[in-house]
Design a protein around this ligand. Sequence first.
Ligand code: NAD
Length: 255
Amino acid sequence: MLKGQNLAGKRALVTGSTSGIGLAVARALAAEGADVVLNGFGEAQAIAQLCEELGASYNGANLMDAPAITAMMAEIGPIDILVNNAGMQHVAPVEDFPPEKWDAILALNLTAAFHTTRLAVPGMKAKGWGRIINTASAHSLAASPFKSAYVAAKHGLAGFTKTIALELATHGITANCISPGYVWTPLVENQIPDTMAARGMTREAVINDVLLAKQPTKSFVLPEDVAAMAVFLCGDAARNITGANYSIDGGWTAE
Ligand code: NAD
């Protein structure tokens, strides 16, 4: 790939970057010249191809496992840009919500970001420069029924981001959330069957009357829209943007 120079010399870890939003962010950072480390699950050959395409490396740590995160961060070494993006969803009424799904969602969508951040910050402080970008969600600002764990985790991630923004404000390190509405990725596609069951609806009704009903634009956000914001937040023009939560949700949270 032909690389730009805006982020040349910057090393970036993007968690959950083998698919969806994370992959778009990884592509965009690599296109600006960053040295990207991919993370996430997937087929070995497809991941090897991605690494070649982006000039990236890969660490497949399971981010629900704290010791695996510690090992990953030690292997990668100091990073300049941390994008906490890996996430999962489960849709069920609270009384039927499997406790193991609650634990998994909190571990991946919230606790993993704490571990990567606490391990990345010393290196960023040493350089006096850093960018921490957390993929939150419209669900960091508003709730939807049947998503108790996800909404709790994303509200938690927004609070965590504000806290570290304050702690790191004098170190040249910014921390922000990007909060997409519905983006057409496997995460959204995979929740359709459970939403059909939880609400007794057809697939078409879930897409039009549940998902897109939330977005005044009546269209899905593109992964590339989120990636463009991530690139902006990494740039010098964003040096004074910290503790912010940028909505890219087609107007959802304006209502
Ligand atoms: P996705 O399912 O396409 O990608 C998820 C990524 O996380 C994949 O690379 C997957 O391999 C990785 N992953 C899953 N479990 C992991 C684990 N235990 N350890 C390491 N990696 C793991 O999902 P997406 O829609 O691109 O979601 C990315 C982020 O965006 C998530 O945090 C999600 O909550 C958030 N988000 C998505 C939407 C949406 O509509 N798709 C909206 C708002 C926020």
